[in-house]
Design a protein around this ligand. Structure first.
Ligand SMILES: Nc1ncnc2c1ncn2[C@@H]1O[C@H](COP(=O)(O)OP(=O)(O)O)[C@@H](O)[C@H]1O
Ligand SMILES: [Mg+2]
Length: 419
C-alpha cells in the first residue's frame, strides 16, 4: 500500500473581491492590531476581508488539485500573476481558500514574500523565537537551533536590531534560515532566490537540497528554471489560476517555454502617452516568429512594438526608440536604442519598431523590458514594464549539458586551450 500523501488539494479556488475604496481602519488601530497579532494581521491584510464598496470578483486560483508524496520537491512555475504566491499562502494557512479542500500531514514552514511572517518592530533574535513558536516548537528546541540559524543567515552583528532596519538581503537570509532550520515536514519557499545575492542563492539551494534529501517535502516557486531543474522532482505550471501542466520537470518547463504570451493589450498604457498623436498598441517578445513568455539562452530574440500615429508629418525627423532590459532585482542589464546607432525611424500612420538580438546571452532570471519613444530627445512614450519574461539557461554551447553554476548573468562564447 502506498504511503498517504503529505498534502492533498482538491477543487481549490481563491476569489478576491476587488474594491474601489476598501474601508480601512485608522492607522493607529491597524498598527496596534499588527503589534498584537502579526500573523493574523498579515492574514487579514493578504486576504483582503476589510469591508468596503464591492466592485468585481476575481479568481486568483481556480479548481486547483494535486496530491504530493513525502519527499517530493515540487517546483511551481508560471508568469507573474498566475497565482503561485496565492497558492503558497493558502498552503501555509496565511490565507483561506474560498472553496476547496486541503489536507496536510505535518508541520509547515514557509518563506513567502519579504514582509510576511516577520514582525518589523522586533529584533532578529525575537523574530526567531516568534517564528519558532508559531511553528509549534518549544523554547528549548528553538535554543538548540538558534546558533545554526544565526550562522546561516550571517546576521550575528544585527541580532538585536529590529528587522525593519534590515536590508532586503539580510531580511530574506534570516527568514530563509528560520524556515529551513526549524525542521518542518513541509518547506514552502516563494521566490527567495530573486532577492538574495548569488552566494546566498547557492546556499539556499544547497539547504533546500539537504531538506529534501532528508525526506521532507519542499514547494519552491522560482523564475530560475535552472534552479527548478536542479532541485525539483516534479513541476506544476500555473496559468491564470489553473494548473495547465503537472509532471516531470523537463516536460513541464518545456510546456511553459512554448506558451505564447497573452495579447499584451494597450489599456494600461494610455497614461504613459505624452503625445496624443502616437499610440503604442502592443509590445511583443518573439523567438523566431512565435510570441513567447520565456526565452532560452542562445536564441534569436525579437522585441517588437506596434504603433499608430495620427500625425506622421509632425515627426519628420523620425522617432528614437529604445528597449531597456532589466534583470534580477531590477538591475539594468542592457539598453538597445536606434539613436545609439545613429538612426531614427520615419513616422508612418502605423507600423512596427523591431529590435532583434541574434544570440540572447542572459542566463536564468526574471527580466523586464521598458519601452521608450522619443522625438528630438523629448520623451513621448515611456512603458516601464512593457514586457516581463523569463530568461532560461540552455545547452548554449551544444555540449549536451547546461553549463553548471549560478555564477554570472551571461553565457558568452569562449574557447579553451592547453599546451
Ligand atoms: N490580496 C489580494 N487582493 C486582490 N487581488 C490579489 C491579492 N493578492 C493577489 N491578488 C491577485 O491575484 C493574482 C495572483 O497573484 P499571485 O498569487 O501573487 O501571483 P504570482 O505569485 O504567480 O505572481 C494576481 O492577479 C494578483 O493581482
Ligand atoms: Mg508571487
Amino acid at each position: 500500500m502506498p504511503e498517504k500523501p503529505v498534502l492533498t488539494v482538491t477543487g481549490l479556488g481563491k476569489r478576491y473581491t476587488l474594491r474601489h475604496q476598501a474601508a480601512r481602519g485608522a492607522l493607529s488601530e491597524r498598527l496596534t492590531a499588527a503589534l498584537r497579532a502579526p500573523l493574523r494581521w498579515f492574514q487579514r491584510k493578504s486576504s483582503g476581508t476589510s469591508a468596503g464598496a464591492t466592485a468585481e470578483d476575481f479568481w486568483a486560483l481556480r479548481d486547483v488539485g494535486f496530491s504530493i508524496q513525502r519527499g517530493e520537491v515540487v517546483g511551481i512555475i508560471g508568469r507573474n500573476g498566475a497565482g503561485k504566491s496565492t497558492l503558497l499562502k493558502i498552503l501555509s494557512r496565511i490565507t483561506e481558500p474560498t472553496i476547496g479542500r486541503i489536507t496536510i500531514r505535518g508541520r509547515v514552514a514557509s518563506l513567502l514574500e519579504v514582509g510576511t511572517g516577520f514582525h518589523p518592530e522586533l529584533s532578529g533574535r525575537e523574530n526567531i523565537f516568534l517564528n519558532g513558536a508559531i511553528l509549534g516548537m518549544s523554547r528549548a528546541e528553538i535554543y538548540r537551533k538558534f546558533d545554526e540559524i544565526v550562522a546561516f543567515a550571517e546576521v550575528e552583528r544585527f541580532l538585536d536590531t529590529p528587522v525593519k532596519h534590515y536590508s532586503s538581503g539580510m531580511y530574506v537570509r534570516l527568514a530563509f534560515a528560520v524556515a529551513a532550520h526549524l525542521d518542518p515536514e513541509i518547506l514552502i519557499v516563494d521566490e527567495v532566490l530573486a532577492v538574495g545575492d548569488l552566494e546566498f542563492q547557492k546556499k539556499c539551494l544547497g539547504k533546500m537540497e539537504q531538506v529534501a534529501s532528508g525526506g521532507r517535502t519542499v514547494f519552491f516557486v522560482s523564475h530560475n528554471m535552472a534552479a527548478v531543474q536542479r532541485l525539483c522532482t516534479r513541476c506544476v505550471y500555473l496559468k491564470q489560476g489553473s494548473v495547465v501542466a503537472d509532471g516531470p520537470v523537463p516536460r513541464v518547463i518545456d510546456t511553459y517555454l512554448r506558451e505564447a504570451s497573452a495579447a499584451a493589450g494597450g489599456r494600461r498604457w494610455a497614461y504613459a502617452r505624452k503625445s496624443p498623436a502616437i499610440e503604442i498598441e502592443e509590445v511583443e517578445l518573439l523567438v523566431g516568429t512565435e510570441p513567447r513568455v520565456a526565452v532560452s539562452c542562445g536564441s534569436t530574440v525579437t522585441f517588437r512594438a506596434r504603433y499608430r500615429c495620427s500625425a506622421p508629418a509632425q515627426f519628420s525627423a523620425g522617432f528614437e526608440v529604445s528597449f531597456i532590459v532589466f534583470g534580477q532585482g531590477q538591475k539594468l542589464v542592457n539598453f538597445w536604442s536606434n539613436a545609439g546607432l545613429g538612426r531614427t525611424f520615419p513616422a508612418a500612420a502605423h507600423g512596427t519598431f523591431t529590435c532583434t538580438v541574434p544570440d540572447w546571452p542572459f542566463r536564468s532570471m526574471p527580466m523586464s523590458v521598458q519601452f521608450h519613444l522619443n522625438y528630438r530627445l523629448e520623451n513621448l512614450v515611456d512603458l516601464p514594464e512593457a514586457l516581463t519574461f523569463d530568461s532560461v539557461d540552455s545547452d548554449r554551447f551544444g555540449t549536451g549539458i547546461v553549463p553548471h553554476g549560478s555564477e554570472g548573468i551571461v553565457l558568452l562564447p569562449h574557447r579553451w586551450s592547453s599546451t
